[in-house]
Design a protein around this ligand. Structure first.
Ligand code: ADP
Ligand code: ADP
Length: 227
């Protein structure tokens, strides 16, 4: 079964705006997948529905075969999410932020602490663990969100514009980190981006969304061959 399957997804916001007009999408297990489109295309809305942050109007969404309407509580264990906005308390300590996530997923402290150490080390944040999050640079905050999202070892990681506003050097190191995660741990990764270059550098498959509709769904190789 696919890591993510979306059928006939529509979203009409409270003001009557149709942000998604019937989207179909499959992302296979182990894939590195880009959802590419201009600002306002519907990328965040799509991911919001998958993460159950946005209530859909119509359609079906399954994560590893689990229908999110039936059992989001179960599906969420397979899912790690890195939203665009920083959504942790700036006054909490870095280590506490990732440990709170572990608690939320029912991990024991004895299991969570080594996991936190490994992730924060790999992401260059272990030295900062006892400082409060507001002391971190923007790029560090973004990496903190990645560490937090990975604490419970999700099989599917979803990142909304992970490198927006990140400088080129850090962007490269984040790309390398995501590549390793996909290659070495087999984590399925879906990211949204409005840079073709980012999709091209990282991803195997791509869907292009515009005006709430999927206009292409193909491999990067095929797409590039056409350009
Ligand atoms: P829903 O229909 O999912 O409940 P709402 O229409 O109630 O969503 O809007 C949720 C929030 O998003 C509101 O605070 C609203 O003001 C805000 N919002 C409205 N329009 C936009 C927009 N174009 N982009 C982002 N946020 C918006
Ligand atoms: P993207 O992530 O591709 O930039 P979004 O999914 O954030 O696009 O937004 C898609 C469209 O839906 C945009 O036109 C946006 O203004 C609108 N939109 C987003 N959130 C809301 C909301 N809460 N209420 C009304 N319109 C919204």
């Amino acid at each position: 079964e696919p890591a993510l399957s979306i059928r006939g997804l529509t979203k009409v916001y409270g003001n009557g705006f149709r942000a998604l007009k019937g989207i179909d999408l499959d992302v296979q297990q182990g894939d590195f997948f880009a959802l590419l489109g201009p600002n306002g295309a519907g990328k965040s809305t799509t991911l919001g529905v998958v993460c159950s942050l946005v209530q859909k109007t119509e359609g079906k969404v399954s994560i590893f075969g689990i229908d999110i309407d039936r059992d989001f509580a179960k599906a969420k264990y397979q899912l790690g999410v890195v939203p665009q906005e920083f959504n942790f308390s700036q006054f909490e300590k870095v280590l506490d932020i990732v440990m709170a996530q572990a608690g939320y997923y029912g991990m024991k402290r004895s299991e969570a602490l080594p996991r936190a150490k490994q992730l924060l080390t790999d992401l260059g944040l272990w030295d900062k663990r006892n400082g409060s999050a507001r002391m971190l640079s923007g790029g560090m905050k973004r990496r903190l969100m990645i560490a937090r999202a990975l604490m419970h070892r999700p099989k599917l990681l979803i990142l909304d514009e992970p490198t927006a506003g990140v400088d080129i050097e850090l962007r490269r190191s984040m790309w390398e980190y995501m590549r390793r995660l996909n290659r070495d741990e087999g984590t399925t990764i879906i990211l949204t981006t409005h840079y073709l270059e980012e999709a091209e550098s990282l991803c195997r498959n791509i869907a292009i969304i515009n005006n709430g509709e999927i206009v292409r769904d193909t491999s990067i190789r095929e797409l590039l061959a056409e350009l």
